[in-house]
Design a protein around this ligand. Structure first.
Ligand SMILES: [Zn+2]
Length: 349
């Protein structure tokens, strides 16, 4: 009887996951179908209402810790599903091409790609920004802004309002495992570029880099400008705005500010980026989306969703090449002053 009950409960959960978390089901299908081309670990299981939700970390390529690494993450905000879908679409492209494409196979012998496509599986399941405890993971890091003052910057009063920071002295389990993963990746790699996929700000697609907590340049501003110039010369007429997040608004507790301060600025060149998909363009084309909260963050029309899933493939593949060939473009000491000056005139005047 207990056995039957358990089987029934499991079937029910599987059906529920298929309707409310199809991205997680798709991810698990890829783990099975491509098990020869990737390795994976369950970083932790997040508990919600007696159910366990896994956070997966996948690795393609050479996992030796001395290799340069590209890290792709998404789903920190559960409602921003399109970011998860973009990362899964890219993962599928790489896996299919790895079966036959010599240049990709050779490239991945000299670097690794780590993907954490769903950082906040309970948020995804509930179709909301925060995790199961109402904490906004992107405001939960122990880093305070002296200048930020708006609600959107993060608040410590109540999980009933958005942007709740939770207990920043003990980050949420989702962030703890992300921290451990980044500590591991940056420990011996000479170069790590990370791209965290979000949606919901403005009509343009943006690439944001630290800081979010202050309007001053990061220590690695010169390599960041070099990366921006490399992207713009390699892909002219692209649609991304490359800039510091502080250009728009300041926040407390930004994860990438925190990870950069913890693990960047040492022997590993760690360049964290956030890809903010400009979801208001979808709303502008289809104002009825405003009637649904998730319509603010996701394209609800299939052809727009498909376009989003293919539109960012060149960018993601560019980052793979930038990591692989990092020695070719990282600025030397003679170029630093010029690049810093360029950053100052672009963003920090
Ligand atoms: Zn977000």
């Amino acid at each position: 009887m207990t056995h039957q009950l358990n089987a029934h409960r499991e079937r029910k959960l599987r059906d529920l996951l298929q309707t409310r978390c199809p991205e997680l089901v798709e991810l698990e299908r890829l783990l099975v179908n491509f098990n020869e081309l990737l390795s994976f670990r369950v970083l932790t299981q997040v508990e919600y209402q007696a159910h366990q939700f896994p956070i997966y970390s996948l690795t393609l390529g050479n996992p030796a810790p001395e290799q340069p690494t590209l890290l792709l993450t998404a789903g920190v905000h559960g409602i921003e599903r399109i970011g998860v879908q973009v990362v899964l679409a890219q993962l599928k492209v790489w896996l299919e091409r790895l079966k036959w494409e010599r240049s990709l196979q050779n490239c991945l012998q000299q670097m690794s790609i780590t993907l954490i496509p769903i950082v906040n599986p309970v948020g995804l399941f509930l179709n909301r920004r925060s995790n199961g405890k109402g904490v906004d993971l992107m405001r939960n890091a122990p880093i305070e802004s002296r200048e930020a003052s708006f609600l959107v910057s993060g608040q410590k009063w109540t999980p009933k309002l958005p942007w709740y920071r939770g207990d920043v002295s003990h980050m949420e389990p989702e962030n703890q495992v992300l921290r451990e993963e980044i500590e591991r990746l940056t420990a011996r790699a000479p170069m790590v570029i990370s791209v965290d996929c979000h949606s919901g700000f403005g009509v343009h697609d943006r690439l944001w880099f630290p800081y979010a907590y202050r309007r001053r340049p990061m220590q690695d501003i010169a390599p960041m400008v070099a990366l921006k110039l490399l992207w713009e010369s390699s892909y002219p007429n692209h649609q991304y705005i490359f800039e510091p997040q502080s250009n728009h608004y300041l926040t407390h507790g930004d994860l990438w500010d925190y990870f950069y301060k913890q693990f960047g600025r040492k022997q590993c060149r760690f360049l964290p980026l956030t890809l903010e998909l400009g979801s208001w363009a979808w709303v502008r084309k289809r104002p009825l989306q405003l009637l649904r909260f998730d319509g603010l963050f996701n394209p609800l029309v299939p052809h727009r969703q498909q376009r989003a899933m293919r539109r960012h493939l060149p960018l993601m593949d560019f980052f793979r090449h930038a990591v692989h060939s990092y020695q070719q473009w990282l600025p030397g000491p003679a170029e630093l002053a010029n690049l810093k000056q360029m950053a100052n005139s672009l963003w920090y005047r």
